[in-house]
Design a protein around this ligand. Sequence first.
Ligand code: 4AZ
Length: 246
Amino acid sequence: IYGGSKATPGKHPWMASLQTRTLDGNKHFCGGVLIKSCWVLTAAHCLQEPKPNIQVVLGKQNLKKKEDHEQIFDAVHIVLHGKYREEPGHALYNDIALLKLQPVDGYCAVETKHVKIACVPDFFLPAGTSCFISGWGSTETGDLSHQLLDANVKLISQRKCNEPKLHDDKLDDSMFCAGNLRKPGIDSCEGDSGGPLTCVQNGSYYVYGLVSWGEGCGLKNKPGVYTQVTKFASWINAAIQSASRS
Ligand code: 4AZ
């Protein structure tokens, strides 16, 4: 996250760290969002090349520390969207995927102060709505953050974001962009991918977007681009139902 600040513990309890287990320790590679006890939503581009030994860690703040309220799971099943595409000019279409967690002693995520489920939206919010982004991705210094960082961004209309000066017609209805055009420098970046853009509606937190792509990070007139989760609400339900039957 560029232009962010350290998130207080428990502020983003649906935030997941996707990691690969390697010989020299665990490596964070993407964010994710807990949407059901055994299911984490993320970006398809995080999982497109097969990664061995994926684990999903919930309830974390500092990735470098062992923390009391963390919950760790193996991923047993990956569902990529069938129409995920990476296009020349690096736009990502239908950039969404689901990870199924392997229960431990019969349970997946257990709801606590530090681990909670985010709602999947079935509505669209107007441009100008203020939402949160969060993650352990790169900061202004160019390094990944050990601490979970967050920042506020505003939803930007499709029409505005597709202007030649901004993303020049690269956005379709599977994505939207968010930032602050008057105050650049607040943005998601590499390593934040797959993590949530959350918006509060009637006191509930909704995963309105997933960090997907952009042109650089924090650049003027290049707001970050997010998967439009509302568009995939039925796909999410169908994928979970069909995997739960099998
Ligand atoms: C990336 O490379 C990436 N500024 C993620 C988010 C953004 C740009 C790049 C948005 O994963």
